[in-house]
Design a protein around this ligand. Structure first.
Ligand SMILES: NC(=O)c1ccc[n+]([C@@H]2O[C@H](COP(=O)([O-])OP(=O)(O)OC[C@H]3O[C@@H](n4cnc5c(N)ncnc54)[C@H](O)[C@@H]3O)[C@@H](O)[C@H]2O)c1
Ligand SMILES: O=C(O)C[C@H](O)C(=O)O
Length: 357
């Protein structure tokens, strides 16, 4: 039986919290607040934060992560609209406890204690733009968010989605280095959408179920830096030179295909949320201790002479545990690799310089 005074105190602090405009943090945002609930704990699992959770990717990503049984706590952070998104998602009858955080002053609370931080914050492309055209706005957003991560959850695994990924991952690395918290095993640029597209488009050509197809995509995440290794596609298959050309072109320009179809209303959001969840789920399974979790990602790497490169990596409890070599490339892929490296080198340098300047 609770002492009446403590019950009154709890009520008063609840009312005060609601009245204080600087405290916009929400706990499930429901009439039945957690103080009134019998069970205070969530289900066992991992704590995940999404930064940019109210956006085109953020919202479906939040919904899908709420459905993931490996997630016990889901923090939704954005500079706008998190109260509504949080209230909405918190009504789903799945295990994860959802909390919303609004604005820079709540970034620390959103991040504290997180195991995995997924970042889809930032502006998307419009027709006619390259991903690099987003650099001026998104570089600063990623820097600020990563400063928060370095301070509040330096051991978290970071899945970075914000474009241009080829530069934002080096930016994140530099921020973490400055803060003294850099662990390259824990920073992963999300290139899963390229793999998802490669599997889908290759399956169309082969007349197979896309779920049965696995095409490694290496390099980076923009134009010619997206390098599908069709010669290594599984199940083992062969493509005509025209099919290779057409498929490579479509995979490299998959993002632009969506940007043009959306005609000014943004870039890929739904397929990206799907890809982000596929990747985040792989990271969580690895954190749980599952063996053999291997995915493509853009990471600090020694696979080429460049400091960052996307390739297959094995993820484990401590983050990236092994980075795989590219394997045998055919002449077409070797030429593609040289083009990819040239553009990647400039994008990496631009990201590093942004933080060091
Ligand atoms: N890696 C990939 O494969 C991939 C795929 C698709 C999109 N993207 C990129 O993801 C990013 C987001 O795309 P989107 O379609 O969701 O855009 P969006 O504009 O719909 O959503 C972005 C969200 O970020 C929020 N935001 C802006 N500044 C912020 C800050 N400082 N802190 C926290 N949140 C902030 C916005 O309020 C918004 O809710 C873009 O940069 C886009 O290019 C990457
Ligand atoms: O194309 C974009 O700008 C978004 C994203 O990088 C994508 O590949 O869909």
């Amino acid at each position: 039986m609770q002492h009446p005074t403590s019950e009154v105190n709890q009520r008063i602090s609840r009312i005060a919290a609601h009245l204080n405009p600087s405290n916009l943090q929400m706990e499930e945002n429901s009439g039945l607040s957690r103080v009134n609930c019998r069970a205070k704990g969530g289900s066992p699992g991992f704590k995940v934060a999404i930064l940019g959770a109210a956006g085109g990717i953020g919202q479906p990503l939040a919904m899908l992560m709420k459905m993931n049984p490996l997630v016990s706590v889901l923090h939704l952070y954005d500079v706008v609209n998190t109260p509504g998104v949080t209230a909405d998602i918190s009504h789903m009858d799945t295990g994860a406890v959802v909390r919303g955080f609004l604005g820079q002053q709540q970034l620390g609370d959103a991040l504290t204690g997180m195991d995995l931080v997924i970042i889809p914050a930032g502006v998307p492309r419009k027709p006619g733009m390259t991903r690099d055209d987003l650099f001026n706005i998104n570089a600063g957003i990623v820097r600020t968010l990563c400063e928060g991560i370095a301070k509040c959850c330096p051991k978290a695994i970071v899945n970075l989605i914000s474009n241009p990924v080829n530069s934002t991952v080096p930016i994140a690395a530099e921020v973490f280095k400055k803060a003294g918290s850099y662990d390259p095993r824990r920073l992963l640029g999300v290139t899963m959408l390229d793999v998802v597209r490669a599997n889908t488009f290759a399956a169309e050509v082969l007349g197979l179920d896309p779920r049965a197809v696995d095409v490694p995509v290496v390099g980076g995440h923009a134009g010619v830096t997206i390098l599908p290794l069709l010669s290594q596609a599984k199940p083992s298959c062969s493509f005509t030179p025209k099919e290779v050309d057409d498929l490579t072109d479509r995979i490299q320009n998959g993002g632009t295909e969506v940007v043009e179809a959306k005609a000014g209303a943004g870039s890929a959001t739904l397929s990206m949320a799907y890809a982000a969840v596929k990747f985040a789920d792989a990271c969580l399974r690895a954190l749980r201790g599952d063996a053999g979790v291997v995915e493509c990602a853009y990471v600090a790497s020694e696979v080429t002479e460049l400091p960052f490169f996307a390739s297959k990596v094995r993820i484990g409890r401590t983050g990236i545990e092994e980075i795989y070599a590219l394997g045998p490339l055919n002449e077409y892929e070797r030429v593609g690799l040289e083009k990819a490296k040239k553009e990647l080198a400039a994008s990496i340098q631009k990201g590093v310089a942004f933080v060091r300047k």
